[in-house]
Design a protein around this ligand. Structure first.
Ligand SMILES: *[C@@H]1O[C@H](CO)[C@@H](O)[C@H](O)[C@H]1NC(C)=O
Ligand SMILES: *[C@@H]1O[C@H](CO)[C@@H](O)[C@H](O)[C@H]1NC(C)=O
Ligand SMILES: *[C@@H]1O[C@H](CO)[C@@H](O)[C@H](O)[C@H]1NC(C)=O
Ligand SMILES: *[C@@H]1O[C@H](CO)[C@@H](O)[C@H](O)[C@H]1NC(C)=O
Ligand SMILES: *[C@@H]1O[C@H](CO)[C@@H](O)[C@H](O)[C@H]1NC(C)=O
Ligand SMILES: CC(=O)N[C@H]1CO[C@H](CO)[C@@H](O)[C@@H]1O
Length: 478
């Protein structure tokens, strides 16, 4: 299962492992984060219960180096479906410097060290939802403002806030401004998946478009060959992909599809397409070429693990470093779906990755009665008809997730597409490729740095305007 932005974080985790170049690693590690110093906040477990007053400890971070005391803006960077290990020094570092902003970031409930329970059994996951998460952010925002006021010895002051997020946190960022407009002057919703989609066939179609004619044809032929081999000699086939542990064929096929997804999503299309197209031209075995890509790049460089695709493993309710997969699947299976199914015609992924596969996974991993109500989610937030204001939407042209984002501007909600060969998920914040990490979101290696630069200028213009309007509303600064 590829969550919208899980992979990038897996990559970080995997780069922290021991290597001989300890000193250099420490330096680059500290350059990657504005801060990693953990702070804790007592959060309400159930914001919607009239009588349940239980609390849990929620992790957060603050970075004040650039803060223009006392009335600079506060940037709230929303963390999502992964362990939030600090505030990363992506483009937010540049923006904070530019605006004299304090930066704070709250870990999403249940993920990382912010689990309310010692076990992630399905019954304990009942408070895991985007609605609760948004309320967490609101309560945290208010509380942080109070503590800032106390620190600065003032009362009733309100700094101008701005929220940021990429991917699912991008959707949270848009929804936060929608539901709590009095708590933020505006929002950046980068690659924000605001539309819950049940059968997300457009995802596979976008992969086809991003791949281009030749690579798409090679990928489709590879899928057909793999499907055939799976029937005749499945065990040997899986072993050749270092994926022998994926006993359920659907899990294996999903894993193979997802590996290609990440190449386009995170700005590395050539690593996939060049060798595959070459193999086809040279009459070499496409399955071997694809296995090489999976083993060297996806499992190797990117540090992915087949465990994240293994339903038997996703059932594990113990809290481990690998729990994010289970937690995200729960959100998928209850709220947002984004089922990445094969379209009925012209698909790249195997047609066996269908709606049934996803529904069976939900039932198998979480139990009877667990399936997503996307209609309810879209009624609650509005999908792409979101009735918000002062939200900037951005998308990368090659990102399969863009089809679940708001790609057309409407009054007070501009939408920008960053178009280039390796512009994917969250390019405005992350530069290119989107994995591995670029310090300060450096855009030099985007095939069109100018496309990124132009959209960033637009973001800054909107921020400038909305932050200044916020200060004009009579909300006091001091
Ligand atoms: C806080 O403000 C009060 C009232 O203006 C003043 O008496 C006090 O000395 C201030 N404390 C600090 C730490 O600045
Ligand atoms: C999703 O696809 C399945 C299988 O093709 C179909 O039965 C179902 O009606 C579709 N559901 C929606 C909401 O589109
Ligand atoms: C988490 O996944 C990694 C990579 O597959 C594995 O090496 C590690 O043992 C797993 N940890 C736990 C606690 O399961
Ligand atoms: C199937 O896809 C091909 C290629 O995109 C297209 O030319 C054809 O019209 C499609 N057929 C149907 C029935 O949608
Ligand atoms: C850009 O790519 C080159 C070559 O791969 C690499 O050496 C360099 O570090 C990259 N620069 C940035 C800013 O990512
Ligand atoms: C605002 C903007 O750039 N919108 C474009 C985003 O992408 C869609 C789909 O490719 C285009 O149709 C929009 O014009």
């Amino acid at each position: 299962m590829m969550s919208p932005c899980l992979l990038v974080f897996l990559f970080f985790i995997s780069t922290v492992s021991a290597t001989p170049h300890l000193l250099r690693r420490r330096l680059s590690e500290s350059a990657r984060y504005l801060t990693k110093e953990e702070l804790w906040f007592p959060q309400t477990l159930d914001h919607y219960s009239p009588y349940d007053h239980r609390k849990f400890q929620q992790r957060y971070y603050e970075f004040l180096d650039h803060f223009r005391i006392p009335d600079g803006p506060v940037f709230l960077v929303i963390c999502g479906e992964y362990s939030c290990d600090g505030i990363r020094n992506d483009y937010i570092g540049v923006l904070a410097k530019k605006f004299g902003a304090a930066v704070v970031s709250l870990e999403h409930r249940y993920y990382g060290k912010s689990s309310p329970f010692k076990s992630l059994a399905t019954k304990n996951l009942r408070y895991l939802s985007s609605k609760q998460a948004l309320f967490d952010l609101a309560v945290f925002r208010q509380n942080y403002q109070d503590s800032l006021n106390a620190k600065l010895n003032r009362t009733n002051a309100d700094n101008p806030w701005f929220v940021f997020g990429v991917s699912y946190p991008g959707a949270l960022s848009a929804w936060f401004r929608l539901k709590f407009p009095h708590l933020t002057c505006g929002s950046l919703a980068s690659s924000a998946v605001v539309l819950a989609v049940y059968n997300f066939t457009e995802f596979d179609q976008q992969i086809g478009e991003s791949a281009g004619v030749e690579c798409k044809a090679a990928l489709q032929e590879t899928t057909r060959l793999i499907e055939r081999k799976l029937v005749t000699n499945g065990k040997a086939l899986k072993a050749s992909f270092n994926a022998a542990d994926l006993e359920i064929d659907g899990d294996f096929l999903y894993f193979l599809a997802d590996a290609a997804v990440t190449a386009f999503q995170y700005g590395n299309p050539d690593i996939l397409c060049k060798p595959l197209v070459k193999a086809k031209k040279d009459g070499e075995d496409l399955v071997d070429a694809y296995a090489k890509f999976i083993k060297e790049f996806y499992l190797g460089t990117e540090g992915e693990s087949t465990q994240d695709y293994n339903q038997n493993n996703l059932k594990n309710a113990a809290i481990t470093e690998n729990s994010s997969g289970r937690l995200w699947w729960f959100q998928v299976c209850t709220e947002v779906a984004y089922f990445q199914v094969a379209p009925s015609n012209d698909s790249i992924r195997s047609s066996k990755v269908d709606t049934r596969y996803h529904l069976d996974l939900c039932k198998n991993v979480f139990g009877e009665g667990i399936f997503p109500d996307v209609d309810a989610t879209n009624i609650y937030y509005g999908g792409t008809k979101i009735a918000g204001s002062k939200i900037v939407f951005t998308n990368g042209s090659q990102d399969p997730w863009r089809r679940a984002s708001k790609q057309i501007s409407s009054p007070n909600m501009p939408s920008y597409t960053i178009t280039c060969h390796n512009c994917g998920h969250g390019t405005d914040m992350r530069g290119c490729p989107q994995s591995p990490f670029n310090i300060e979101g450096n855009e030099k290696n985007c095939t069109s740095p100018d496309a990124v630069h132009k959209v960033r200028q637009k973001i800054i213009e909107h921020m400038d305007l909305w932050l200044s309007q916020c200060q004009d509303t009579g909300r006091t600064c001091i």
